[in-house]
Design a protein around this ligand. Structure first.
Ligand SMILES: [Zn+2]
Length: 479
């Protein structure tokens, strides 16, 4: 059997290699190949999912007799920078619809890039606890072997709701979002530049056919490079100049990051990002209207968030001087560091929630999403999370962690109230920022003693988790 599997895996690998060379040619072919891929992978994923679910004794963790009945929709906007949302006071009115939602939170994503971050959203655990991150000293995308999946003994939100008889939907324009969820969901993959409306229309069609309660997770790729918004939004806040490579990242190396051409690119790149964000907001508003019109809004928890933000050269110089990146890129994108433009995200609620308001004064975490949703659904369980219900947070200064870099050495951020530690020992960095005095994190506090208090706090937190993991390992794990 093993040989057979390996054989079919090899055949599949060569098919995907040929497919990849074809898909480069045109869009129609790309879509066709993806449809075939989705069907093939879908069947395989379904088998793996059922095999796993069959072996889980849900009653050990959850009171399955008390069945929830609210639907859940989580929309993750990949690369959505918190400070570019207009309710934060941003200069352009990028998100009038999201601004109007019932409850708003300012959050720290548990990781600065997609793979570990999506796993945290759907497990309520930090990457060092769910294990889905790159396990090599120097991290890069070419170290695929070092990518580990979510630990077998960890349950995900869709699995728990599946146990309650929910119908599950998982769609993503960014394929990396589906990788850590292998054998946990049957993913529907889209091309990275597929417009939000197409994904949301498919979701609407799927919802229209549901007879049972449902859980839907959708990850939108519009503001992730390549940024290709529909024509009617491309110049929404102003004309984007015709500059080569404006849809992707350019000026990634330190020596290129100066002069008029760079400034022009930088200005236009942000304009394109904002125009596209305005489009995403419009597309989500249409989904909301559909939920309202079909009478589903009052029975659905709608949650909008992001897996991480995006850097636009805010820390390019500091990074180039102090951090190692195997690609030689600094200051752009995500995954490479844990400055706030990369790890701050919104968590927004609407639909079937009772508490309303603007709760953005204190930060929460993306590991809070799963425990919050389970609480809102009224699920009783004995699961342990790193997060907690965002509507019931008592300690406003509880430590919030972001970790598991995608490039270079490991970097961790620990935010406690107004202070933030950026800890990257392999780069020789341990910086403490006072976010109140220095919100753009440009001037680390030069007090070693105070900084070491935060370093100790971080290490203690990680050590306690290690202990907890050992105790859990002693228990009989049935999964
Ligand atoms: Zn992402």
């Amino acid at each position: 059997m093993k040989g057979k599997h390996r054989g079919s895996a090899m055949v599949f690998k060569s098919i995907t290699t040929i497919a990849k060379s074809i898909v480069k040619r045109n869009d129609a072919t790309k879509r066709l190949v993806l449809r075939v891929y989705n069907q093939y992978q879908g069947r395989k994923a379904k088998k793996e999912l059922y095999l796993r679910i069959k072996n889980i004794d849900f009653d050990e963790y959850i009171d399955t007799s008390n069945k929830p009945d609210l639907n859940v929709i989580i929309l993750t906007v990949d690369c959505l920078r918190y400070l570019n949302l207009s309710f934060t006071g941003y200069q352009r009115e990028t998100t009038p619809f999201m601004d109007s939602l019932k409850a708003k939170f300012r959050a720290v994503s548990a990781a600065p890039w997609t793979y570990p971050s999506v796993a945290s959203i759907l497990t309520g655990l930090y990457p060092h606890n769910h294990n889905a991150y790159i396990h090599s000293k120097i991290k890069n995308f070419d170290t695929l072997k070092a990518f580990k999946p979510i630990k077998k003994s960890v349950l995900t939100l869709p699995e728990i709701l599946f146990a309650f008889g929910y119908e599950i939907y998982f769609g993503t324009a960014i394929d990396v979002a589906s990788y850590p969820l292998k054998s946990r969901v049957v993913p529907k993959l889209y091309l990275g530049d597929t417009p939000a409306e197409e994904l949301l229309n498919d979701l609407r069609k799927w919802i229209s056919k549901r007879k049972n309660s449902f859980f839907a997770y959708l990850q939108l790729g519009d503001v992730h490079e390549p940024i290709v918004p529909p024509e009617k939004f491309r110049n929404y806040f102003g004309q984007v100049e015709n500059i080569p490579n404006i849809e992707r990242w350019d000026f990634r190396r330190p020596e290129e990051q100066k002069g008029k051409e760079f400034e022009k690119y930088r200005r236009n790149r942000m304009l394109l990002y904002d125009n596209t964000l305005r489009y995403v907001d419009y597309a989500i508003e249409r989904l909301y209207a559909f939920l309202e019109d079909s009478g589903l809004l009052d029975s659905t928890i709608l949650l909008i968030t992001a897996d991480h933000g995006e850097e636009f050269w805010e820390h390019a110089e500091l990074e180039a001087e102090n951090f190692y990146d195997p690609r030689g890129y600094y200051g752009v994108g995500h995954g490479h560091n844990v400055f706030n433009e990369i790890i701050e995200v919104p968590i927004l609620f609407d639909g079937a929630i009772k508490k309303k308001g603007d709760f953005t004064e204190n930060r929460v975490s993306s590991v809070d999403i799963m425990p919050t949703v389970l609480d809102l659904l009224g699920v009783s369980h004995s699961l342990t999370f790193d997060g907690q219900n965002v509507f019931e947070v008592k300690n406003k200064k509880r430590p919030l962690l972001s970790e598991a870099a995608g490039y270079g050495y490991e970097k961790k951020a620990l935010i406690m109230g107004r202070y933030k530690l950026l800890y990257a020992p392999d780069d020789g960095v341990q910086w403490l920022f006072d976010l109140k005095k220095d919100p753009s994190e440009q001037h680390p506090i030069k007090d070693r003693e105070v900084t070491s208090v935060f370093v100790d706090k971080l290490n203690k937190m990680l050590k306690e988790d290690e202990k907890r993991r050992l105790i859990n390992a002693l228990r009989k794990v049935r999964i």
